[in-house]
Design a protein around this ligand. Structure first.
Ligand code: SF4
Length: 271
């Protein structure tokens, strides 16, 4: 087996000014976070969370689910296909999928090889074909071919976890649901609205802070903010409309010029 090569120099030189600035920004952000959380009352946190959701609505008035669908069945299939895949890619494939398989029974009886070929561009196509066939069969066997309307029933379906179930509830049935994907989890922690990593616990913390009627739209807005501004690696803090409400301000560049370069538009963010 080849030896692992350590890319770092054996004797590191002095940190560059850029690295020093970044370290200082991270330290500031950590200090703010540590200072902000304990002193904040539950009421103050609730008010702050709701203001954040409101402001994000002004900044991202177009926030909505990025997957294309017209029925609950189409949405649940599209959501299953979106695992480890961009919404843009899923939207390229689903017109063919939806036309070929118009009902739960059609998925249940799908030719596996043909379905796998259609799903190939979305990645993990064998597992996804399995899930979609199993999903169709379960819907036919247990729900008369219809997508069920409760979280408890939805999560019993193959390939459907709590995240997918909440997406379907919120967007196909107008039943408020908090979708904790990677963006919602990260932003909730940066906002200091949770300290949890487990999506179920994050969901519970958010549910306690945000009005129930806003659960779905709050998730959509946070997802848009995560894609466009508050990126995982270098959030564009200097271009962030909720900076004053965010204890993690300073995690990314605070200079307006530097931050503006990090902001992603619709096309890049959808990738
Ligand atoms: S971009 Fe910066 S200020 Fe804005 S939410 Fe993210 S960490 Fe907070």
């Amino acid at each position: 087996m080849p030896a692992t090569v350590d890319p770092s120099p054996e004797t590191p030189g002095p940190p560059t000014r850029q690295a020093q600035t970044r370290q200082a920004q991270t330290r500031q952000a950590q200090t703010r976070q540590a200072q902000a959380q304990p002193s904040e009352t539950p009421l103050a946190r609730t008010r702050r969370a709701r203001r954040i959701v409101r402001i994000l609505g002004e900044v991202h008035p177009d926030a909505r689910i990025a997957l294309n669908f017209t029925t609950p069945l189409e949405l649940i299939v599209a959501t299953v296909l979106s695992a480890q895949c961009t919404d843009k890619k899923v939207n390229e494939v689903t017109p063919t999928v939806f036309a070929r398989y118009p009902s739960a029974a059609a998925y249940a009886g799908a030719d596996r090889a043909e379905l796998e070929t259609i799903l190939r561009p979305t990645g993990f196509f064998r597992a996804k074909a399995n899930s979609v066939i199993g999903l169709g069969a379960a819907l036919v066997d247990r729900f008369g071919g219809e997508v069920p309307r409760t979280l408890e029933e939805l999560v019993t379906l193959p390939g459907v976890g709590r995240k997918t179930a909440n997406v379907v509830l919120g967007h196909a049935f107008d039943t408020p649901g908090i979708t904790v994907d990677t963006h919602v989890g990260r932003l909730s922690r940066r906002f200091g609205l949770t300290t949890q990593d487990d999506p179920v616990k994050v969901e519970a913390d958010l549910a306690a802070l945000i009005e129930r009627k806003d659960w779905t739209i709050a998730s959509d807005r946070m997802i848009f903010h995560g894609r466009r501004i508050c990126h995982a690696r270098r959030p564009a803090c200097g271009a962030c409309a909720v900076a004053k409400l965010c204890p993690s301000y300073g995690t990314g560049p605070t200079s307006e010029i530097e931050a503006a370069k990090l902001v992603r538009g619709d096309v890049e963010a959808a990738r």
